[in-house]
Ligand binder design. Structure first.
Ligand code: URA
Ligand code: CA
Length: 435
């Protein structure tokens, strides 16, 4: 095959075959095709797009570019969840043990993405001692024994995504639907789950804020999952305001523990149960989603999900005392309240502004070399629809370093709009996109 011919074919709007895509992706990974040709191909995809068939083929060859997990003989039905990312999105921390408590198998791989707050791995690493650098054998051994484990993506899995993403990042080709979809889904396919649920966020704090874009992404992700033989659905969920009350790494661990004790914020609990219900139905355990949701709420109330979380923390070297005494988690030096400038009803709480404020307090990383401060973040006390009196606390900043404090205070104050009229909280789940 000739690389120039393949670039030309894509440039002119042609559809590359599975073998042609395999040639390009394999060449990118082995280094036999130089970066300038791979980036020309990526730019051609950016302008010409790919239909679902071609995107599924690209996803498949990317997934097969490195090691893959085989979960076919695990005791429970293997499931996975992906979120397109939000502010204070604590769902994975709750959902992983909750699904395991329901008897499903959760072999969760996660990365250390850039963002205003850390990813699931960063959050769990705020538990003293918690380890995520598991070898494949150790990871799969824990999954088999306990039904759950969480590990950092090992370097040998989906190398194609790492290589293509690095090139996209510096050539203005990140924002391409088929490239985004193949990037996300190749990691899910390599992870080995049979049932996948996608949490596609929409609203100010989402990767794609407009509902039409969120819908298009959800549709494409589901279509590619189906083509590659998975049971899969997507919920388009609200990220106009933060989920739950906590934004920050240790703060979100505490919020997850509260939720696993049946004592968390209602929106977080309801979203976890709705996402989990999709997977319980795929597994065949529950005939319908309403029954599955009831079962999951029950597992939060009766301590089963919390017991699985304890097992996860213990088996991965974490200090399990945090579960009974969250004070052991890293605590910020100072707590600073943001108060209401007037009385009224909260009509807007901009998730992006809250996320950015948490980021500049040190909760996230903007480059891969940044070090996260697990203790800092923002507690969102009042949310859309809440009545407040002038001078009452809207939010609490958890601060260690005062350098960016005035800016963070300003951002959080500006994130709130307080009006006179009644304001309804946005719906938690906007749409469901099924197989
Ligand atoms: N998330 C990913 O994993 N890849 C993308 O390309 C975009 C978002
Ligand atoms: Ca939260």
């Amino acid at each position: 095959m000739n690389t120039v011919e393949l670039i030309r074919k894509k440039r002119d709007g042609g559809r590359l075959t599975l073998d042609e895509l395999k040639y390009l992706v394999t060449g990118a990974v082995s280094g036999t095709i130089p970066d300038y040709q791979i980036t020309a191909f990526l730019m051609a995809v950016y302008f010409q797009g790919m239909d679902d068939h071609e995107t599924a083929d690209l996803t498949d060859v990317m997934a097969h570019s490195g090691a893959m997990n085989d979960l076919s003989d695990m005791p429970g039905y293997p499931v996975d969840k992906h979120s397109t990312g939000g502010v204070g999105d604590t769902t994975s921390l709750v959902l992983i043990p909750l699904l395991a408590a329901a008897g499903l198998t959760v072999a969760k791989l996660s990365g250390r993405a850039l963002g205003h707050t850390g990813g699931t791995i960063d959050k769990l690493e705020s538990i003293p001692g918690f380890r995520t650098d598991l070898s494949r054998a150790e990871f799969l051994g824990l999954v088999r024994k306990n039904g759950l484990a969480l590990a950092d993506h090992t370097a040998d899995m989906v190398p194609a995504d790492r290589i293509l993403y690095e090139l996209r990042d510096v050539t203005a080709t990140v924002e391409s639907l088929p490239l985004i979809v193949s990037s996300i889904m190749s990691k899910k396919i390599a992870g080995g789950a049979k049932g996948i649920v996608l949490d596609v966020k929409t609203g100010a704090g989402a990767f794609l804020p407009e509902i039409e874009e969120s819908r298009e992404l959800a549709r494409a992700l589901v279509a590619i999952g189906v083509k590659l033989g998975r049971r899969i659905s997507a919920l388009i969920t609200d990220m106009s305001q933060p989920l739950g009350h906590m934004v920050g790494n240790a703060l979100e661990v505490k919020e997850a523990i509260d939720t696993l004790k049946g004592d968390g914020p209602q929106d977080l609990e309801d979203l976890c149960c709705a996402l989990g219900a999709e997977l319980l139905v795929f597994s065949g355990q529950d005939p319908d989603r309403d029954q599955a949701k009831k079962q999951l709420h029950g597992l939060l109330l009766d301590g089963s999900a919390l017991a699985k979380f304890r097992l996860l923390v213990e088996e991965q070297g974490g200090d399990v005392r945090v579960i009974d005494d969250p004070q052991i988690l890293p605590q910020a030096r100072e707590k600073i309240a943001i108060t209401a400038p007037r009385s009224g009803i909260v009509s807007e709480l901009n998730a992006l502004a809250i996320g950015k404020a948490a980021g500049i307090l040190g909760a996230g990383r903007m480059t891969m070399d940044d070090v996260i401060d697990p203790a800092v973040g923002i507690e969102v006390v009042r949310k859309i629809g809440d009545q407040v009196e002038i001078g009452e606390t809207l939010a609490v900043l958890h601060v260690n370093d005062n350098a960016n404090l005035p800016q963070a205070q300003e951002m959080v104050t500006a994130a709130y709009r307080i009006g006179d009229g009644p304001a309804a909280p946005p719906p938690l789940i906007h749409e469901r996109i099924g197989e």
